[in-house]
Design a protein around this ligand. Sequence first.
Ligand SMILES: *Cc1c(COP(=O)(O)O)cnc(C)c1O
Length: 395
Amino acid sequence: MKINSNYLNLEESYLFSTIARKIEEYQKENKDAKIIRLGIGDVTLPLAEEVIKSLHKAVDDMADKSTFKGYGPEQGYGFLRDAVRDYYGSYGAKLESTEIFISDGAKSDLANILDIFHIDNRVLVPNPVYPVYLDTNIMLGRNVTFIDANMENGFLPLPDESIPADIIYLCSPNNPTGAVYTREALQKWVNYALKCNAVILFDSAYESYIVDKDLPRSIYEIEGAKSCAIEFNSLSKTAGFTGTRLGYTIVPHSLVFEGVSLNKLWLRRQTTKFNGVPYVIQKAAEAVFTEEGQREIRANIEYYRENARIIAETLDSLGVWYTGGKNSPYIWLKAFDGMTSWEFFDYLLREANIVGTPGAGFGANGEGFFRLTAFGNRENTIEAMERLKRLRNRA
Ligand SMILES: *Cc1c(COP(=O)(O)O)cnc(C)c1O
């Protein structure tokens, strides 16, 4: 028996374990320090009331012979696929229900989608990046090509005609940088993909944080995208489903490569290797897309958005360079005084008792940058920003 030795090529990620250890050590020596964590990459507010009601009712359905559900359709119940279709339709992305595949989250789909592509494809991944895109390719033995996101391009790289690609990862609003592509910029990526017959894997997990009407929430708002892009979305950050688990992947019927429909391949992959999301969770998700559900999840998103605004406003007043914070729960800032990401981490922990995430943990181009998130509570966010101002004005 031989193992998949590609796994040995993965870089061990010490990012979050190192952060945890540093916090623990600091707290041990400074028992009274009130540490504020703005590094959280997870939601903190509970599920909306409508969602809980629907969840309870669905549990009761399972207790009654006449409403009990066994195996459902692998690609999701019609009621939920229709709800997602209408949600996209509400902001101008026209889809069919059969183009929408319900899953247990965007992370697994982003990994599983690679099943339907040949190993020889050339993969383009932005740097810095959500580590899943990179690691899932390494696990298959693929080398990837990085495309530089940096201060010069506002962490929103555009296609480079001299770099050939077959599979292109894009994430907007971006994790970790919070940067959001404009329509014009996304149009350039779509045109490039169409020209070189590539597929774009578009991660829109933070789409619901976009309020600026000029910014695209789905790649399908861009002309030509339905012939070159697969979109991955999730209720994790939109409706607090990180622990409840529900995502969806959109594979348009017009995606045809080598005469083969990607929708058909993905359907075959899912029906063979996946047995669907629990009925009760799909009913909970259905409630997210009702009028009342939307009103309630909006209130939670606005709570996080206000935290982001408070952080962004503070950085503005201090003259600190950053991306994100406006149509995203993430703020990606330049470390003070030319510090490295980890030097800045230690400095903030020691001098202001604030914890964030070192940008270097997301790739080489993250060095010298730092991620703060809006997922903390309001009081702590305000307090952290007061501390940051005092620290900066003291320096
Ligand atoms: C949180 C997140 C997701 C969502 O993952 P789930 O598996 O649906 O929880 C997808 N992409 C990015 C970039 C994320 O940060």
